[in-house]
Design a protein around this ligand. Structure first.
Ligand code: NAD
Ligand code: MG
Length: 390
């Protein structure tokens, strides 16, 4: 029996994870669930999955949740706040941690899971983008297992040799081909992008996801973050990671080898496939996803990315090449910009303008330790907020 903690259980990835777990009650038990604000949804999840611990964002919500769980006659322990998240990610009663909080808020608990040597299923790409080598070092030093949930990285993982140790040259790997749908604005006239609304930006053609990652997909910052994520997960350089637009989202990514072979992983665009893959790895279990019907799909198309239409993708490559704190700067500025866009405070193109401005203002410095990284993240958020007000 594998005991699973889900950080961010009420989100899109959290709900898909519970869907897979529910199909295999003999294999998986839920140790703990967390939600930031959606107490009612979390209470219903507790009722179905009976975790030992449930964590919410603040004391008031904890009280509300306790009340609901009492009504359901559940003995689940209720806790709240960042420390409680770290506790459920590192508790002896948990084997596997699904890291599915969105943004930098997920860094501390995901790192706590690494330090406790857990099996980490990483959806929260921002945590790895920010902390890079520091995170990889924590995983290695504590013999944690890191399995990618992001569909592209899960696909790459599946296309790599089983004994792959983050050294591309040893395995004759030429390139990682990271596929991207291109999001909702692949075809839209570039000069109208200034006017797009949050509702248009979150309407992804192939995937149903949380609002932040949906906006990131519309700007293609999501692919930019994924380039950086691939660098840390697989030890590939910026030059070895190539983005390929593939509007159907059937091939989830590819690995190109020295002998000319290109291995691809395919499937319907449904996150339950990578979730089930990582949960059961190295075995395979049913995920609830329908089998791929290639004849019905008919065509697979590919085209190069347009860095003028999607400046965020270029900014991410630049940040990866600059190294040190640059990726953390990029991530923090992006989180502030996306929140402001979703709130209707800035236009769509102001997202890439703000990130470029902040990257110019904040020089890259070496990434020394987690405490200075967190301080850096807070400084960049404050600066980004100031720049928006200016
Ligand atoms: P979502 O917005 O649907 O859910 C986010 C979850 O995080 C919720 O449970 C919420 O309660 C929790 N949360 C939000 N802010 C928090 C905070 N400050 N402290 C603690 N918890 C907080 O997001 P999602 O689409 O499920 O994405 C989650 C992560 O997975 C993101 O990093 C995203 O990039 C990544 N991811 C998602 C998908 C997808 O298909 N949705 C695919 C690949 C990667
Ligand atoms: Mg992805």
């Amino acid at each position: 029996m594998q005991n699973v903690t889900i950080l961010g259980a009420t989100g899109s990835i959290g709900v898909s994870t519970l869907d897979v777990l529910a199909r295999h009650p003999q294999r998986y038990a839920v140790y703990a669930l967390s939600a930031h604000t959606r107490v009612d949804v979390l209470a219903a999840q507790c009722r179905q999955f009976r975790p030992q611990v449930a964590v919410v964002g603040n004391a008031q919500d904890a009280q509300k949740l306790s009340q609901l769980l009492r009504e359901y006659k559940l003995s689940t322990t209720v806790a709240y706040g960042p420390e409680a998240l770290c506790a459920i990610a590192s508790a002896p009663g948990c084997d596997t941690v699904m890291a599915a909080i969105v943004g930098a808020a997920g860094l501390a608990p995901t790192l706590a899971a690494a330090r406790a040597g857990k099996k980490i299923l990483l959806a929260n790409k921002e945590a790895l983008v920010m902390s890079g080598q520091l995170f990889i070092d924590a995983v290695t030093a504590n013999q944690a297992t890191l399995l990618p949930i992001d569909s592209e990285h899960n696909a790459i993982f599946q296309c790599l040799p089983a004994d792959y140790q983050r050294i591309t040259a040893q395995h004759g790997i030429e390139k990682i081909l990271l596929t991207a749908s291109g999001g909702p604005f692949l075809q839209r006239a570039v000069d109208t992008l200034e006017q797009v609304t949050p509702a248009e930006a979150v309407a992804h053609p192939n995937w149903v996801m949380g609002r932040k990652i949906s906006v990131d997909s519309a700007t293609m910052m999501n692919k930019g973050l994924e380039v950086i994520e691939a660098h840390w997960l697989f030890g590939a350089s910026a030059e070895q990671i190539e983005v390929v637009i593939h509007p159907q989202s059937v091939i989830h990514s590819m690995v190109s080898y020295a002998d000319g072979s290109v291995l691809a992983q395919m499937g319907n665009p449904d996150m339950r496939t990578p979730i089930a893959h990582a949960l059961a790895y190295p075995q395979r279990v049913a995920s609830g996803v329908a089998q791929l019907d290639l004849c019905r799909i008919g065509q697979l198309n590919f085209l190069p990315p347009d860095f003028v239409r999607f400046p965020c993708l270029q900014l991410a490559y630049d940040a990866l090449r600059a190294g040190g704190t640059s990726a953390a700067t990029l991530n923090a500025a992006n989180e502030i910009a996306v929140a402001a866009f979703l709130d209707g405070r800035i236009g769509f193109r102001a997202i890439d303008r703000l990130i470029a401005q902040v990257l110019d203002l904040v020089p890259a410095t070496p990434l020394d330790d987690i405490d200075s990284l967190i301080a850096h993240d807070e400084r960049v958020r404050a600066l980004s907020t100031e720049q928006l007000a200016a």
